[in-house]
Design a protein around this ligand. Sequence first.
Ligand code: NDP
Length: 449
Amino acid sequence: MPVLDEKLHDVYDEVLRRNPGELEFHQAVHEVLGSLGPVVAKHPEYADAQIIERLCEPERQIIFRVPWLDDAGRVQINRGMRVEFNSALGPFKGGLRFHPSVYLGIVKFLGFEQIFKNSLTGMPIGGGKGGSDFDPKGRSDAEIMRFCQSFMTELYRHIGEYTDVPAGDIGVGGREIGYLFGQYKRITNRYESGILTGKGLTWGGSQVRTEATGYGTVFFVDEMLRTRGESFDGKRVVVSGSGNVALYAIEKVHQLGGTVVACSDSSGYVVDGKGIDLDLLKEVKEVRRGRVADYAEARGGDARVAADGSIWNVPCDIALPCATQNELNGSDAAALAGNGCLAVGEGANMPATPDAVEVFAEAGVLFGPGKAANAGGVATSALEMQQNASRDSWTFEYTENRLNDIMRGIHQRCLETAEEYGSPGNYVAGANIAGFTRVADAMLALGVI
Ligand code: NDP
């Protein structure tokens, strides 16, 4: 864990006191505070206005009951949440996660991260996150629809184009966004495209939104590689996960001449030395909603599945963790560095533990933190909001170019800020400080609210 500046100890202690048991939230706050020492030294006005203390306390937290009927006619109860963290830069913006592990500590960690990520994009969006402990695995389409309808029946009163604009995250893809949007439209009798992003292309969605997080992560890592005169061409890449972010990271790596040799899901990982067959993987995961073992079986040949051990032991030049938080620990990081890994880009949110980040720094492995590397998803959501507001729709090529420019801009901002605050080449410091200062300046301007 980075050592906190003296002035920030009290802030962190207060976060621990106020949010007991929310370990992921504590971790996310500590990670950001770990970078802010030089900022508070240079800008006493932030401390005077208690900007950091205010940033650590969400503007609003909403928790609600989500009752629904399963296919057997039994009543099921889940908990729904939306944490509206900070709206200094624009409406709250951030995804919804449906996963049994979801509780307030996870939603708050994700919402907190989202503030700085959204700020880093340079776009007018605040930070928020939501979700439910609902487990979509094994549920029929009809059950997913009833759950989404019940969730939106409560959430609808809190969201809006100028208030709060949710999107997808783990367990929430195009199907779920469709059911959520349908229920919003029905309840309000208004076709307000701007209340959700990640919509389908025929009903208000944007080209490239589906691909954006994975593509953006690869664009960001490509920029990091360029600083060392390297590229994806000819590189072996390991991508964890096989969901939305992972699939499109794999697609872009292959387009740039790299070979993805392993991917995973929560049941294990598959090693495919000839390179993952993406069409087959998409068919297994998105159409059949199967497991990576089904992919290995259908692929045949040398593809093999491993149910134990770590995907990070598979030798590679570049690693892209794209599954979930804390999925890559210190010993995984040591294994990657030992195998000569050049660069790591976080497609997921906080997948590398603090000790893993330290190992990468000590070993000189390029490390792109999620706040910067996976910001392409939310940036393209903001492009979707622009298109909705102007009732326009852009081409794939134009939108992808905008995404590429945004990711290169974020990379540049991270490098320049890290240099300015005395940590040249440190993307963690650059992302945290650049994300923080833009929000902090807006909060100062808006007064004590
Ligand atoms: P998906 O639900 O589409 O895919 C998640 C993938 O990660 C699945 O392969 C899933 O496997 C695996 N996974 C989930 N939980 C675990 C776990 N506990 N252990 C091992 N594997 C797990 O989600 P996304 O691809 O949308 O999200 C992945 C990550 O990227 C998350 O951290 C998310 O917050 C982040 N992110 C997503 C954005 C987006 O636009 N979607 C934007 C920015 C960040 P299984 O199917 O077995 O559960």
